[in-house]
Ligand binder design. Structure first.
Ligand code: AMP
Length: 294
């Protein structure tokens, strides 16, 4: 599976296997399993950026074979317009995965993952309904449904997720515990643009003005972290919220300092596992971000 030489000026990689069906994926991975090699899965919805690639790099360190999935999962979208306009630059994505040395990209059609309509409901605990769950009803049922299907299809030893979607990792850990699945869930740090904006597939929808205004989210999070030792939680929250609401074109959904396990708001700064989380609509684009405290 070496890189093949050049065609014109361009190097073509033949290492990456592009797979569309669960059957083909399982056939490809069978010898890997038989040889007791480790498989890591990096689930994505595509429109890949350096944040996704950082997950892939961690996966490569931890496993022998890395599978990246690209699937825009309809069941986790609450707004059909958001689903419709979700970016799908497939050629760009495949090129990025080739260049990063990914082994397999799994890109199923919707009918492959959902051959029949199905209902899914599992108990994800009370944190399901907080923060993102309160603004996007049913979102984590959709997320855990597709992640379970991907885990069943790949049967990975390891799966990598970004801390960028902080609540998502908690929900996936709940789902894994619910089914008693045997795999390791790894959380990877948030990759940011140089000016602090958390990388996101949705950032391409930001106009130049939105892009500037969106910086207030990481600025407010940094403000809270920098002043954590000296200011009270109430003060930090009201300052951070005021920074955001004073920014034109930014519509704040929530800014909270919460327990990193339960996501319940916290008033005591000495509590362990604290995280500040924010979500806001910037222009027409909803963004989320967070920072671990202190
Ligand atoms: P998505 O394609 O947006 O569903 O994201 C796929 C995975 O990449 C999820 O585990 C995300 O948390 C992770 N991810 C997205 N953005 C970033 C980022 N800026 N830094 C690190 N991981 C990220």
């Amino acid at each position: 599976m070496d890189n093949c030489p050049t065609l014109g000026q361009e190097t073509l990689y033949v290492r990456l296997k592009v797979i569309n069906t669960i059957a083909a994926l399982q056939m490809l991975l069978k010898p890997v399993k038989s040889a007791a090699q480790k498989i890591a899965l990096v689930p994505t919805m595509g429109a890949l950026h350096k944040g996704h690639i950082s997950l892939l790099k961690l996966a490569q360190q931890k496993a022998d074979v890395v599978v990246c999935s690209i699937f825009v999962n309809p069941t986790q979208f609450t707004d059909p317009k958001d689903l419709e306009k979700y970016p799908r630059p497939l050629e760009h994505d495949i090129r990025m995965l080739e260049e990063a040395g990914c082994d397999v990209v799994f890109m199923p059609a919707v009918a492959e993952m959902y051959p029949e309509p199905e209902t899914w409901h599992i108990d994800l605990g009370p944190a399901e309904f907080l923060l993102e769950g309160a603004f996007r009803k049913g979102h984590y049922q959709g997320v855990t449904q597709i992640v379970k299907k991907l885990f069943d299809a790949v049967d990975p030893d390891i799966a990598c997720f970004g801390q960028k979607d902080f609540q998502q990792i908690l929900m996936i850990r709940q789902m894994v515990a619910h089914f008693g699945m045997q795999l390791e869930i790894l959380s990877c740090p948030i990759i940011r643009e140089e000016d602090g904006l958390a990388m996101s597939s949705r950032n391409i929808h930001l106009s130049p003005a939105d892009r500037k205004h969106a910086l207030v989210l990481s600025r407010a999070l940094n403000y809270v972290q920098e002043n954590f030792s000296t200011a009270a939680i109430d003060e930090l929250l009201s300052d951070a919220r005021a920074m955001i609401t004073a920014t034109p074109g930014v519509d704040l959904d929530y800014f909270t300092i919460a327990n990193g396990e339960t996501l319940q708001p916290v008033a005591d700064k000495s509590a362990p596992d604290l995280v500040a989380l924010v979500a806001a609509k910037v222009g027409e684009t909803r963004l989320i971000d967070n920072i671990l405290l202190p």
